[in-house]
Design a protein. Structure first.
Ligand SMILES: Nc1ncnc2c1ncn2[C@@H]1O[C@H](COP(=O)(O)OP(=O)(O)OP(=O)(O)O)[C@@H](O)[C@H]1O
Length: 450
């Protein structure tokens, strides 16, 4: 941080110099002294970080100068130093925007020092918050969503349209296709980006808690409501509320949600007072909501209310070469994060990635690549480092063809690998005789290669 510029206005030259000397003992402060209000005012173009004003200056009162400064430079904090303690004047000055009111006595210079130090710390925090905000914006910038397939490019176009308007957005896509990423990209590219993005996953919260989580509750509204709590709608005020897994919401809650969306106000549980809300809704689901409507599991009126601008996120297996673009991106990102050298993916490994059907989509690809980077040697990911996780292997397992006997053998093989080839333990777990396992090993129907 640069030097902290302090302007002092003090008509008593000796006292002014004393204050300047004292404050200048802090090497971070750059102090400039003025003996009149006009002189100080004419120098404001130098943008001081803080101003300390004597209340009685020769050419104008401290209150008058405070007003002039606040009108033109409302962000500069102003401290008033006064020869007399007058509570009414102090309160009025604070109301008009003064940061502090200090009475002249033997402690003035220390109090002024402390007050300026507080202002400086707040300024530092503000800079830090602005920096983090900027970082978040960059992080969820569009460029964060990788891919150049026609399918993803048409998604980009829709994100752009959504960001430019306030329309409700509904995102449909299988698990791990990037629904939350898209919701964030819309928010952080929209006029609401400086306000909160609040994500709420309906499937992750027990249904009896959803209502109070979304709409809030008053103290004592129900057993366990030990204090007042604002809901997600209020939390997202001015910003965006991302309702993930909307298809999992129970019918009676759907009716309540619909009312909130229609009235644009929420009533906390245990209260009668409606609270106006202004938040943009983005919802997401992996279910086909039209089917849910047909089956009577999702209200038709809510469906139309939420549909807004629909964005369909294609599964990874339909994005062609994006699989490789994403894999290279994750490999670079992961290597950088772990301060490793660049890792490349061999053509054979790329083919293996392209052949797989990615039931967990981009999330799964990310996990597979991260593991492959860790396992890689000599800066290369080869075919053998590409391993699909066990849950996916199970998915694959059901997609494979085979007799019941083939499936049984695979299950035994899987358990043996999982339990470090301990035949007794596996026999117990699967409730089969250990001789069955030994027979399969002997007949080479299953293999033991620790
Ligand atoms: N196109 C993409 N480019 C880069 N990273 C992506 C992309 N799509 C998804 N990801 C990453 O994949 C992971 C899963 O994405 P996200 O959580 O947005 O998926 P989701 O569809 O919301 O998942 P779920 O259905 O489980 O809620 C995240 O780490 C995200 O950053």
């Amino acid at each position: 941080m640069n030097l902290f510029k302090v302007f002092l206005a003090e008509d008593d030259e000796f006292y002014g110099k004393l204050l300047r000397h004292h404050l200048s003992l802090n090497p971070d402060f750059d102090v400039e002294l003025f003996t009149s209000g006009g002189d100080l005012f004419n120098n404001l173009y130098k943008r001081p970080d803080v101003i300390s004003l004597d209340y009685t200056l020769p050419d104008m009162s401290g209150a008058e100068l405070l007003r002039k400064i606040k009108k033109q430079y409302p962000e500069i904090p102003v401290i008033i130093v006064s020869g007399q303690e007058d509570i009414t004047t102090a309160v009025n000055l604070l109301k008009e925007g003064a940061y502090d009111y200090i009475v002249k006595d033997k402690d003035t210079k220390d109090r002024l020092w402390n007050s300026i130090r507080h202002i400086r710390e707040n300024a530092k925090l503000k800079t830090e918050i602005d920096r983090l905000r900027e970082e978040v914006n960059l992080k969820y910038d569009f460029s964060n969503i990788k891919g150049s397939s026609p399918a993803i490019r048409s998604v980009f176009k829709l994100i752009e349209k959504a960001a430019q308007s306030n329309i409700t957005v509904s995102i449909y896509g299988e698990t791990g296709t990037g629904k939350e990423l898209v919701a964030k990209a819309i928010h952080y590219n929209s006029g609401r980006k400086k306000k909160p993005f609040v994500a709420f996953n309906i499937a992750a919260i027990p249904s009896e808690l959803i209502e109070s989580e979304l709409f809030g509750h008053e103290k004592g509204a129900f057993t366990g409501a030990i204090s007042r709590r604002i809901g997600k709608f209020e939390e997202a005020d001015g910003g965006t509320l991302f309702l993930d897994e909307i298809g999992e919401m129970e019918l009676h809650l759907q009716a309540k949600l619909l009312r909130v969306l229609q009235e644009k106000e929420v009533v906390r549980i245990g209260s009668n007072t409606p609270i106006k809300i202004d938040c943009r809704i983005i919802c997401a689901t992996h279910r086909d909501l039209t089917e849910e409507v047909k089956a009577g599991k999702f209200r038709e009126d809510l469906y139309y209310r939420l549909l807004g601008l629909p964005i369909h996120l294609p599964p990874l297996r339909d994005r062609g070469n994006d699989i490789i673009i994403l894999a290279k991106h994750f490999a670079d990102e992961f290597a950088k994060e772990n301060k490793m050298d660049k890792v490349t993916i061999t053509p054979e490994a790329q083919e293996k990635l392209m052949r797989y059907h990615w039931p967990g989509n981009v999330r799964e690809l990310k996990a597979v690549i991260e593991l492959a980077v860790v396992m890689s040697e000599g800066g290369k990911i080869t075919e053998s480092e590409i391993n699909f996780s066990s849950s996916n292997t199970i998915q694959n397992f059901f997609n494979e063809k085979g007799t019941l006997r083939d499936f049984t053998n695979k299950i035994i093989q899987y358990y043996l690998e999982k339990h470090n080839f301990n035949v007794l333990e596996v026999a117990k777990k699967l409730d089969i005789g250990k001789s069955t396992i030994y027979r399969l090993i002997k007949n080479k129907e299953i293999t033991i290669n620790k």
